[in-house]
Design a protein around this ligand. Structure first.
Ligand SMILES: Cc1cc2nc3c(=O)[nH]c(=O)nc-3n(C[C@H](O)[C@H](O)[C@H](O)COP(=O)(O)O)c2cc1C
Length: 193
């Protein structure tokens, strides 16, 4: 798959096959994250690969899914939940005071999401999770979990659709149980000077 196809076809996945993701593939995702740009090349992000079933289960129950397509796309444990997560960490001090840390995390996570497409994996970038994740992962208060990325083999095929500036951006399920993700057309979001 070429990069343009991966960029276009990557969709957030909220239903996963119950097939574990091998460590080699998970390491490939981290390997792609480390090549992302970072402000002043400080590389402050760290990662925890969570794939031990007991820990995945604990973390899974802290996560929030698909606000616009509830309850149908709230995965169920042992049915269609992800079997791995990557926790993206940063020093708590940086999350408070370093304005570029969110950009660093975004760049690294996007690399993970795109690499996952190449590997045939599905992902969900998760910003909605409870604070207990810190203690589940035995992290001190000096470390912040910025985001979680759910990883697994996809068991759904969401589609993208082009929209105009007056259309709703809300993603939705159609009557065939397919998620549609509206994206503005380039001319709606670009000014040329
Ligand atoms: C910063 C951020 C946080 C997100 N948090 C969640 C989340 O907690 N739960 C969820 O189901 N999706 C989450 N998403 C996924 C978005 O809902 C999704 O990217 C958006 O609907 C567009 O769909 P697409 O990724 O298929 O293009 C998050 C995405 C981003 C960038």
């Amino acid at each position: 798959m070429n990069l343009s196809d991966a960029i276009r076809n990557r969709r957030t996945i909220r239903r996963y096959k119950q097939k574990p993701v091998g460590d080699k593939l998970l390491l490939d995702l981290i390997d792609s994250a480390r090549f992302a740009p970072s402000a002043s090349n400080m590389q402050q992000l760290r990662y925890i690969v969570i794939r031990t079933p007991e820990t995945v289960e604990k973390v899974f129950f802290q996560t929030g899914w698909g606000g616009s397509v509830k309850p149908k796309r709230s995965p169920e444990w042992l049915k269609d939940a992800p079997l791995a997560f990557i926790a993206v960490l940063a020093p708590a001090e940086s999350v408070k005071n370093f304005k570029h840390i969110y950009a660093d995390a975004g760049a690294a996570i996007q690399n993970i999401l795109l690499k996952a497409v190449e590997l045939g994996l599905g992902t969900c970038w998760i910003g909605s999770f409870k604070e207990d994740v810190n203690s589940i992962l035995a992290l001190g208060s000096d470390t912040a979990v910025m985001y979680l990325v759910a990883v697994g083999y996809p068991d759904e095929s969401p589609v993208q659709e082009d929209i105009g500036s007056n259309d709703s951006t809300k993603y939705y399920l159609d009557d065939k149980d397919v998620i549609h993700v509206p994206k503005f057309k380039p001319e709606e979001i670009t000014v040329w000077k």
